[in-house]
Design a protein around this ligand. Structure first.
Ligand code: C2O
Ligand code: CU
Ligand code: CU
Length: 481
């Protein structure tokens, strides 16, 4: 109780002091715009595909160096960033189902890091969570076999207390999995040409392009939200498109911001994949919500446009990326009606029920009343077992105080498993969430039921993917044995 009053007091003091100093000052705003209106458009960059060093088609060999870099978010201002094999973000890794993946990772930072494969089903000891530390000048050589269907996954650091800042500095990359289904479907699949990755992040940049981190109370309570959107590291990005259908692989790689994607012309688009694989059939959407860590593959149809048309992918009242229609072509692609077949887990196969209660905000976050402890196992599961979990989220009644801000949400992500959502507040799940997932948004006071099965042994994490919450201990560990 005293703690809560204390936080409210600090919050009020900061609120008043920032009112005085002009709320619009960059330090205090979580609203997008300062930058997005001022700079010129920049062409979208596409993360390069990482070169596979293996000659054997059953294996892929990759090399990653975690390094410090210099990057210009805004022309003329070089700032210190982190990247994998480069200055900011990382190359896209690709592997096929049943292939063996060998990755050699060298840490050239002056601090420790880890590399976690978010969305990959791999054994605990190669998962890259907080237990697989790579020290400065150290190396890590995980090997695993891809056992899951085609999907857009990603990789990022997962240390204790340094995940959020390392991701903010630039450590994140895509991991695309292919299989027979994805190869045979008639979908755009030319990487960087009509199959475009979009890593969406936000950063707080000063007017000359220097990133700031945790500068106000909202950042501390809700997680770091910036004033500028970056797509693949580019501020004010544009992409020239022809009058045809494009596939976009969306990753919300932001520390804390949730997006509600839609098109500026209010046309529908089609979601074809959720976090961990294809939906059974494409879902027409006007709006798509993605919380931190979630992915979606969508098809946008530009075929009915005229040359010169401009369409934005937007969220709320800000733009994410500008599409400039600059070429007329004949569009022959018909989106397949059926994408894949999903094995639906059955409630009657589950004999184990668990609850995960996400609670609090800022420095006082917990799951089931506990904060993360590396030396404590919170849950024990049996290999191949099916379980039903109920996820809930509450803010401990403090939300009213924070209404002035852009809102705070928790989500839930687990390592080592994929899950299916059974219901949201007792109601049916939206069509576009009927697929394999590994991260799910939980609204305040919502009850989300998921079903999952354990395919690998080992130690795994579950946590809120608002990275500042994760770093503050909104995380637990389970062992599959
Ligand atoms: Cu994307 Cu445990 O994280
Ligand atoms: Cu993960
Ligand atoms: Cu959270």
């Amino acid at each position: 109780m005293i703690k809560k009053l204390y936080i409210i007091l600090i919050f009020l003091i900061i609120l008043f002091s920032c009112k005085k100093n002009e709320v619009s000052s960059i330090l205090y705003t979580n609203n997008i715009s300062i930058y997005n209106n001022q700079t010129n458009d920049n062409p979208l960059l596409i993360p390069p595909l990482l070169e596979n060093k293996s000659k054997n088609s059953n294996e892929v060999h990759y090399e990653l160096t975690v390094q410090k870099g210099e990057y210009e978010f805004v022309k003329g201002t070089k700032v210190i960033t982190y990247g994998y094999n480069g200055n900011y973000l990382g190359p896209t890794i690709r592997a096929k189902k049943n292939q063996k993946v060998k990755i050699k990772i060298a840490n050239k930072l002056r601090e420790y890091t880890t590399v976690h494969w978010h969305g990959l089903l791999v054994p605990g000891e190669v998962d890259g969570g907080p237990h697989q530390i790579i020290n400065p000048d150290g190396e890590w050589n995980p090997e695993f076999i891809i056992i899951q269907p085609a999907a857009t996954a990603w990789y990022h650091p997962h240390g204790i207390g340094n995940t959020a800042i390392q991701v903010y500095k630039g450590l994140a990359g895509l991991f695309i999995i292919d299989d027979e289904v994805s190869e045979n479907l008639n979908l755009p699949k030319d990487y960087g040409v009509d199959d475009i990755p979009l890593v969406i992040q936000d950063k707080r940049l000063t007017s000359d392009g220097v990133p700031l981190y945790l500068t106000n109370m909202n950042d501390i309570m809700e997680g770091m939200k910036g004033n500028t959107i970056l797509v693949n590291g580019v501020v004010n990005p544009y992409l020239d498109v022809a009058t045809m259908k494009y596939r976009f692989r969306l990753l919300n790689g932001s520390n804390a911001r949730t997006y509600n994607f839609r098109l500026s012309n209010r046309e529908e688009f089609y979601q074809i994949a959720a976090d961990a694989g294809f939906l059974e059939k494409p879902v027409n959407l006007q709006e798509l919500r993605l919380s931190p860590g979630e992915r979606a593959e969508i098809i946008i149809d530009f075929s009915k446009n005229k040359k010169g048309n401009i369409i934005y992918l937007e969220s709320g009242n800000f733009e994410i990326i500008k599409f400039r229609v600059n070429k007329i072509v004949k569009d022959n692609l018909i989106i397949p009606e059926k994408l894949t077949e999903i094995e639906w887990l059955k409630m009657r196969d589950s004999n184990q029920f668990r609850n995960f209660r996400l609670e609090g905000m800022g420095p006082h976050v917990s799951i089931n009343g506990k904060i993360y402890d590396m030396n404590r196992i919170d849950e024990v599961m049996n290999l191949n077992n099916t379980e039903i979990w109920t996820l809930t989220s509450t803010n401990g009644g403090m939300m009213g105080m924070m209404r002035s801000s852009s809102g705070m949400l928790h989500n839930f992500h687990a390592h080592g498993i994929h899950f299916q959502i059974l219901e949201r507040n007792g109601k049916e799940v939206p069509e576009n969430e009927k697929g394999w997932k590994d991260t799910v948004l939980i609204e305040e006071n919502e009850k989300v039921k998921i079903i999952t099965r354990f395919l690998y042994k080992g130690l795994f994490m579950y946590h809120c993917h608002v990275l500042e919450h994760e770093d503050n201990g909104m995380m637990g560990q389970f062992v599959v044995e």
